[in-house]
Design a protein. Structure first.
Length: 300
């Protein structure tokens, strides 16, 4: 497996950067993750970091060196991240929970599969054309025309995320077979909120990821000006085995089965739950709602 990868995150006009991104890989599998901590709720950057650490830890545990079921991993890892954020809020007795969007992709067996929740996006470009992109879990994205009374609704209003006291809604796509030169880009809304899909696809298809990504980020920051949101992007270019010499990317073919490499800061493993089912998620929701009720009662 070989790929070129480039990642960058800029604070923009915000007081702090609540975006987090990173990637990790074994000899036969690669994971790319991006989370955008949500403003209007406390500690969005913590929610984003918890999400990355949880998913990375589960990937390290299960990719030996390949995931048995990629879709099952992505679904379980997303719910585990949600569970960990709720647990963090419960332990701290928080009145409101930290929240984050999430988009994550796994490359394995010459295919890409991805999951997303919220409005952080994945774009896939082939031969300079936009092959597909994720559809945001927002009220406006799901409708070609808004219903009466919602014409002026903020495009950023989401109906799901990680950390909310309701079970998250998410979509899984793939597996999609990869071809030489395919580019996959994960980004926060600081990028796509300023640049069009066409601008993103054109720039990504025209240049290597190491050139396209920083140029896209600078274009977004320049167009948004002082009001720019955090802009975070991680992008990769896939190489087929017969074209390994075309770039100076990451090659995993020479590493052993037990090697795990990551750009994601490690988190504690002992807090992870091996088998999170619907009952476990519902218990987490009940715990955080009870903590909110007790706190409200004390203040009354």
């Amino acid at each position: 497996m070989k790929f070129s990868v480039f990642q960058i995150s800029r604070r923009g006009g915000r007081e702090k950067n609540e975006d987090r991104m990173g990637y990790c890989y074994t000899r036969e599998s690669g994971l790319f993750v991006l989370a955008d901590g949500m403003g209007g709720h406390p500690e969005g950057e913590v929610a984003a970091q918890i999400a990355l650490q949880t998913i990375s830890a589960l990937f390290q545990r299960q990719a030996k060196p390949q995931l048995k079921d990629v879709q099952e991993f992505l679904s379980g890892a997303l719910l585990a991240a949600h569970h960990q954020i709720l647990r963090y809020a419960t332990d701290k007795g928080m009145l409101d929970t930290p929240r984050t969007t999430l988009v994550a992709a796994v490359l394995q067996g010459g295919t890409a599969t991805w999951v997303h929740c919220g409005d952080s996006r994945l774009y896939m470009v082939r031969d300079g054309d936009l092959l597909t992109r994720t559809r945001d879990h927002s009220y406006m994205e799901l409708r070609n025309s808004p219903p009466p009374g919602l014409e002026r609704i903020n495009r950023n209003v989401l109906f799901t995320c990680l950390g909310s006291p309701t079970k998250p809604i998410y979509d899984i796509t793939g597996p999609v077979y990869l071809e030489q030169g395919d580019r996959i880009l994960l980004c926060s809304d600081g990028l796509w909120g300023t640049l069009s899909d066409e601008e993103i696809a054109t720039q990504l298809g025209r240049n290597t990821v190491s050139h396209a990504v920083p140029e896209l980020v600078e274009d977004a920051l320049r167009k948004a000006g002082d009001s720019s949101d955090n802009v975070t992007v991680i992008a990769l270019e896939w190489e087929t085995p017969d074209a390994f010499e075309s770039t100076q990317g990451v090659s995993t073919d020479s590493i052993s089965d037990d090697v795990f490499a990551s750009t994601i800061q490690a988190g504690p493993l002992d807090g992870l739950v091996d088998d999170l089912d619907d009952a476990a998620i519902e218990r987490s929701i009940a715990e955080i709602n009870e903590a909110i009720r007790r706190s409200a009662a004390r203040k009354a």
